[in-house]
Design a protein around this ligand. Structure first.
Ligand code: ZN
Length: 203
């Protein structure tokens, strides 16, 4: 296939789109042609949003969520229950629980789960950060809820973290199995997420 039929700039745009997850060549082409059909200000606004978000993005120094203000909006909110910390694998899992409007505690984002086959070891996830955080605010925190996925990796990570936190004497619980085994939290409906949270058990 001759991909350079549109000239190098348009071809580059199509190639950049097709590097994004879930975007094949046809979709990339569709997105590129859509943008080119719009006023130039639309493209400038999109480019500006991408560059701005990328340059401003960092991990919250408290919960490790992705944010452009530190501490993030959740950690700095006076309305959150600081006695609860829910541990999730990804910012998307955090968003799934936020969208239930049924949890008002804080979070801790691990950015992954332990997976020896893929070479993801305990030191590659934000587990040490959680231990440090609890060391600083142990008296405030009454419970740590492990809401990692119900995959093999998620379960292994939950067990690892519960052992890591045991010496700190804080209550550690695991969300209940309303969530299908092998399930990614971000695709689970709100009612199931709420039931899983309410049915959590001590570890
Ligand atoms: Zn935060």
């Amino acid at each position: 296939m001759n991909t350079n039929i549109y000239g190098s700039k348009i071809t580059r745009l199509i190639e950049e789109f097709s590097k994004l997850p879930g975007i094949g060549h046809k979709t990339a082409q569709r997105l590129a042609f859509y943008l080119l059909s719009q006023p130039a200000s639309r493209a400038e606004s999109l480019a500006d949003a991408i560059v701005g978000a990328r340059h401003g993005a960092m991990y919250c120094s408290i919960c490790c969520n992705i944010t452009d203000v530190d501490p993030c909006a959740i950690c700095s909110s006076a309305r959150r229950d600081k006695s609860l910390i829910m541990v999730v694998e990804t910012p998307k899992d955090l968003a799934a629980y936020e969208n239930t409007n049924n949890y008002s505690g804080l979070y801790h984002v691990l950015h992954g789960a332990i997976n020896p086959i893929a070479g993801i070891r305990p030191e590659h996830i934000k587990a040490a950060e959680l231990v440090r955080r609890l060391g600083n605010m142990k008296d405030e925190v009454k419970e740590v809820i492990l809401a990692t996925n119900t995959t093999v990796e998620g379960e292994a990570t939950a067990v690892y973290i519960s052992k890591l936190l045991a010496p700190l004497g804080v209550t550690v619980s695991r969300i209940a199995h309303g969530i299908p085994v092998g399930g990614d939290l971000e695709y689970v409906d709100a009612v199931t997420l709420i039931r899983a949270l309410e049915g959590r058990r001590g570890m």
